[in-house]
Write a protein that binds this ligand. Structure first.
Ligand SMILES: Cc1ncc(COP(=O)(O)O)c(C=O)c1O
Length: 466
């Protein structure tokens, strides 16, 4: 394991057994299912890309609290900015003027292209998407919204309508008017080839498309047109899409898909919404926002997670025209734009620039994917390696010919081994078949080499046991 200059404080808190007892008795019972590991990890402290458990074991964190710790756990600069603001002013609502709120709105707006200049600050990604649904419907006067199958856009009753993954669905009426479209997944989907996606690593599928032509794209756009023709009225309110589908397992679409989809949506009166909750703030490396990699400009951008490096916060950014349609009633939010949150988020933006975080995502992420592709070529069960920057998915399969998902029990074995060797990764995909790598964006090539050795050993060990 690469060295770390920081030593954790000695843990003097509650015992692991007591925590588990409380979890069982007083916490949402679902949290029992999502301890994630057979032997759960009890986190005590964090520093940059490192986490320590209560026994003093150190882990390389490649999941960042679900793609959230953007610049590093307890980043000293962000922590200092927060501590300073804590001494001055924690909270006041936006009925009063306060400088952290205005400074942050101006700074965030400067990171977005015209005409995306009007900011709404929220407390989470779900809240930002909920607001985007309402705004899109008010602005267009239409009702229907499209999302991709396999997507996750939030867990509120409204956004549950957008989310298209059975694990997050309850048998109750959620938001009406949400229709799912086929996810243009060039690895698992019916179509895909050898140069469909914008990634340093292409799929193992072959195609005979000439340069500049993508049959998979034509087919998936055809499917979208079919959805318009069969499932939607002639006028719609919105299309929600992540630039790279996060919870789905870093699923990437054919290169021109979003551009063509945006055109079709706008022809039907809809607005295009980029959910940048996972892909924003430089994670994709080549650009600050994921949508820029698709050469599109959305009408609304929603964001959360990395915005505050773990401080609870979210945002929606839109055009003055759409904002004007929303000004007909009074939209109030007690905590949105709280001075402490704004100070933290402002410091995160400064840190991304000063630490060269986006460039690091590009270089380290490209290296990681290129090396992972060698392991994909070595092992029959490593089906696909994809992504951009530090938004990476490794899809595991029964075998490369079928591309069927590796069963959950096998995934769990490998997952547990990776953790036991000192690395935390995430899981995603509709069938839980994809390892997700979305670390704090400060990881180094040395860390990557360590992870590669661990991953190789875990997969090798699993294969040996068969
Ligand atoms: C793409 C995407 N959108 C929205 C959300 C919801 O964000 P939050 O959990 O902050 O409500 C998530 C959460 O995982 C997400 O991944």
């Amino acid at each position: 394991m690469p060295p770390c200059k920081v030593q954790p404080e000695e843990y003097k808190g509650m015992s692991k057994e007591r925590m588990m007892e409380i979890r069982r008795t007083n916490c949402n019972p679902v949290t029992m299912k999502i301890t994630y590991y057979k032997r759960p990890v009890n986190i005590h402290q964090g520093y940059m890309q490192w986490l320590w458990d209560v026994d003093g074991n150190r882990y390389l964190d490649l999941f960042a609290g679900v793609a959230t710790v953007s610049v590093g756990h307890c980043h000293p600069k962000v922590a200092a900015a927060a501590a300073n603001q804590l001494q001055k002013l924690w909270h006041t609502t936006n009925i009063y003027m306060n400088s952290p709120f205005h400074e942050y709105c101006e700074k965030l707006a400067s990171h977005l292209p015209d005409p995306l200049k009007v900011i709404y600050l929220t407390n989470s990604g779900s809240e930002a998407n909920d607001l985007a649904m309402l705004m899109a419907r008010l602005h267009t006067g239409n009702f229907d919204i499209i999302t991709f199958r396999g997507s996750y856009h939030g867990g509120t009753q409204q956004t549950m309508g957008l989310t298209a993954n059975s694990s997050y669905k309850y048998p109750v009426a959620t938001s009406a008017g949400c229709t799912t479209a086929v996810c243009p997944d060039v690895f698992r989907g019916p179509w895909g080839g050898s140069h469909c996606r914008d990634s340093p690593v292409q799929t193992i599928r072959e195609c005979s498309c000439a340069q500049g032509h993508c049959m998979a794209n034509e087919q998936y756009i055809g499917q979208l047109k079919e959805t318009f023709a069969t499932s939607l009225p002639s006028q719609i309110a919105a299309f929600f899409g992540e630039p790279i589908q996060g919870m789905g397992g870093a699923v990437q679409y054919p290169k021109n898909y979003l551009k063509e989809a945006y055109k079709l949506v706008r022809e039907r009166g809809g607005v295009c919404i980029a959910d940048e909750v996972q892909t924003g703030f430089g994670r994709t490396g080549s650009h600050f926002w994921g949508f820029q990699g698709h050469d599109v400009i959305p009408d609304m951008v929603t964001m959360a997670k990395g915005i505050g490096n773990g401080f609870p916060m979210g945002a929606l950014v839109t055009t003055p025209e759409i904002a004007a349609s929303f000004a007909k009633a009074f939209h109030f939010n007690t905590f949105g734009g709280n001075p402490l949150a704004c100070t933290v988020a402002s410091s995160v933006l400064d840190t991304i620039r000063e630490d060269g975080t986006q460039q690091n995502s590009l270089h380290v992420g490209t290296y990681l994917m290129t090396e992972l592709a060698k392991l994909r070529d070595k092992y029959e069960i490593v089906g696909d390696v994809r992504g951009k920057g530090l938004q990476i998915g490794v899809e595991m399969v029964k075998d490369k010919a079928s591309r069927d998902p590796l069963p959950t029990t096998a995934m769990s074995e490998i997952f547990e081994d990776i953790k036991d060797m000192g690395v935390l990764v995430g899981k995603g995909g509709v069938y839980g078949q994809t390892f997700r790598i979305q670390p704090p964006m400060c990881i180094t090539k040395e860390d990557v080499d360590f992870f590669l050795a661990v991953f190789n050993k875990a997969v090798h060990g699993y294969m040996d046991r068969q």
